[in-house]
Design a protein around this ligand. Structure first.
Ligand code: ADP
Ligand code: ADP
Length: 236
């Protein structure tokens, strides 16, 4: 079964038709890259997956369960939606870290507030997540003392510490200086090799070509091609 099943999804911003009958299956344990020109609807589609954007018709199922709606057209409660979102990690272009907290506190905060862990348990798990993204020696630093690449790795650690079943990345390297892009892509590559289900909106064609299992190409709100990287990048 698919980790995420997107069926005939349409999304309008007022009169503007932003997603047009989008169909896409996200296989579990694989990396799907969403590519295409700016304004083609990639970010909108990604945000529909965790219902940060409401879609207007069609269905999106996470592990078989409809997200955002109880039944087509009838919205689910905020509580149910929050519960579903707990299994979905999201990393944005902007890192959105709390400036007054250390890296470790940034990662631990959600574990305390959302998962109800004690401060000690949360900090142990935060330390593990930060070690995994290569920041064992930066745990006590505040974001202002870290590079953009390090801050984005803290944001990834914050998401994976929650043990998500699915990770969504929205142009995670677009705000970074070019020399810092690789360290973030490498962390994502490690997650991929461990079997994390990932959907990644990116302009990094090297990453899409070499790390993705599936590439979906969008244009003007339509998914115009879905194929292996070989099929997308080396089509005859
Ligand atoms: P991409 O991620 O491919 O660059 P987006 O999903 O961000 O594209 O945007 C797709 C289209 O929808 C663009 O034309 C954009 O201007 C429009 N759009 C995105 N968000 C909004 C919004 N909140 N209100 C109105 N139009 C929007
Ligand atoms: P771009 O061409 O977009 O600048 P890169 O080619 O530098 O991107 O690669 C981006 C990511 O893909 C990096 O994480 C890199 O490690 C990985 N990558 C690049 N080439 C290969 C390859 N041949 N095999 C596996 N991974 C690769």
């Amino acid at each position: 079964a698919s980790a995420v099943e997107i069926r005939k999804v349409n999304k309008y911003y007022g009169p503007f038709h932003a997603l047009k009958d989008v169909d896409l299956s996200i296989p579990p344990g694989k990396v799907t890259c969403l590519i295409g020109p700016s304004g083609s609807g990639k970010s909108t589609l990604l945000r529909c997956i965790n219902f940060l954007e409401e879609y207007d018709s069609g269905e999106i199922r996470i592990d078989g369960q409809l997200i955002g709606y109880e039944t087509p057209g009838r919205k689910m409660s905020g509580r149910k939606l929050r519960e579903m979102r707990r299994s979905i990690g999201m990393v944005f272009q902007q890192f959105n870290l709390w400036p007054h907290m250390t890296a470790k506190e940034n990662v631990a905060e959600g574990l305390i507030r959302v998962r109800g862990l004690s401060k000690a348990e949360a900090e142990t798990r935060a330390a593990e997540a930060l070690t995994k993204v290569g920041l064992a020696d930066k745990m006590e630093n505040h974001p202002s003392r870290m590079s953009g690449g390090q801050q984005q790795r803290v944001a990834i650690a914050r998401a994976i510490a929650m043990e998500p079943r699915l990770m969504l990345f929205d142009e995670p390297t677009s705000a970074l200086d070019p020399e810092l892009v690789g360290e973030v892509l490498n962390v994502m590559k490690t997650l991929a090799s461990e079997g994390m289900t990932m959907v990644v909106v990116t302009h990094e064609m090297g990453f899409a070509a070499h790390v993705a299992d599936q590439v979906a190409f969008m244009e003007k709100g339509e998914l115009v091609a879905v194929d292996s990287p070989q099929g997308i990048f080396h089509a005859p």
